[in-house]
Design a protein around this ligand. Structure first.
Ligand SMILES: NC(=O)c1ccc[n+]([C@@H]2O[C@H](COP(=O)([O-])OP(=O)(O)OC[C@H]3O[C@@H](n4cnc5c(N)ncnc54)[C@H](OP(=O)(O)O)[C@@H]3O)[C@@H](O)[C@H]2O)c1
Length: 301
């Protein structure tokens, strides 16, 4: 019997035509577990060809088998820890070599750490994994998305964005590290989504952000804070199963109703306003520039 967090991984896609995604290739980061695996299963059920990423080869292959069992097609697996920018670059290279088209990129991977961790490349891990990795991966795959257009970028953010503030003087918790690192990173996801949508105006590639809800997964389990340690076991029965948590990602990745819809934030498969700060174009432009510098891309790249 799989653990509770892994049960019910197939989103309820009733009412969405099962062949809707036939001929489309979808890359889901973190497709080896949690919401990402359920997203991959939901899109495979609609006929999409899937590619997933995960850190652990065995776990990723096991997820690929589950996805294949639903979709029937080939599932490509890319393995590596996306909090390393070198790994992001390697995975992007592998994806470009093996995926002739990418119709949808779901930047799903994200993490929470109760204490500050620094990656071997010297970045604070929350900022690196939740913001720099999708920023760099999307940039490196953008030409393939444009060639495959109409195409979509779906960034899995969180309602935590509402409490976020981009502190350019403490972007990586150098001065102080609190759980605000997570809300900052999720605000960064939304700012990135909106800035990307603006930069892609006039193309047929859209960029939208989603909030999956509060979902029972392995999220935050590596280094939970005191609140999570106390509350998670009590809250778990009331949390969404991964399949329910994937519904909005699947909807935004696939719904014909969203053709051409870009620069929006979705929760419960409906557009929702994100925080006032997330619409600040000057902050978005500055964050883009800072991120491009940090990941080694020229500004605007
Ligand atoms: N769960 C919630 O309540 C909730 C609420 C709001 C937003 N979100 C967002 O939803 C997204 C998915 O979260 P989840 O709840 O599904 O979390 P999860 O269960 O921790 O996600 C698991 C997936 O992410 C991969 N992953 C984790 N860290 C990674 C890393 N450093 N490099 C590469 N892959 C990594 C895992 O790979 P392995 O198989 O190798 O472990 C697995 O595929 C995140 O962006 C999260 O911020 C979640």
């Amino acid at each position: 019997m799989p653990p509770a967090s892994e049960r019910h991984t197939r989103p309820d896609v009733d009412g969405i035509p099962s062949g809707l995604m036939v001929g489309k290739t979808v890359l889901v980061t973190g497709g080896s577990g949690g919401i990402g695996k359920a997203t991959a299963i939901g899109l495979a059920a609609m006929g999409a060809t899937l590619a997933i990423t995960g850190r652990d080869p065995e776990r990723a292959e096991a997820a690929a088998r589950e996805i294949r069992a639903v979709g029937g097609g080939q599932v490509r697996v890319f393995t590596g820890d996306l909090s390393s920018l070198a790994v992001v670059r390697r995975l992007a290279d592998e994806a470009l070599r093996t995926l002739p088209r990418i119709d949808v990129l779901v930047n799903n991977v994200g993490g929470f750490w109760g204490t500050r961790h620094v990656t071997p490349e010297g970045f604070e891990r929350t900022f690196a994994l939740n913001h720099l990795a999708p920023f760099l991966l999307t940039s490196l795959l953008l030409d393939r998305l444009l060639e495959s257009a109409p195409a979509r970028v779906v960034n899995v953010a969180s309602n935590a964005q509402a409490h976020g503030r981009i502190d350019f003087d403490n972007l990586q918790g150098e001065r102080s590290y609190t759980q605000r690192a997570y809300s900052q990173s999720k605000l960064a996801s939304v700012l990135f989504t909106y800035e990307l949508a603006r930069r892609l105006q006039g193309t047929s590639v859209t960029a939208n952000a989603v909030h999956p809800g509060v979902v029972s997964t392995s999220f935050g389990a590596e280094d939970p804070n005191v609140l999570q340690r106390r509350l998670a076991p009590l809250m778990r029965p009331f949390m969404k199963a991964p399949a329910q948590g994937a519904v909005t990602s699947v909807y935004v990745a696939s719904s014909p109703d969203l053709e051409g819809v870009t620069g929006r934030y979705f929760a419960d498969s409906r557009p929702k306003r994100s925080s006032k700060r997330s619409y600040d174009e000057a902050t978005a432009a500055r964050l883009w520039q800072v991120s491009a510098d940090l990941v080694g891309l020229t500004a605007g790249g």
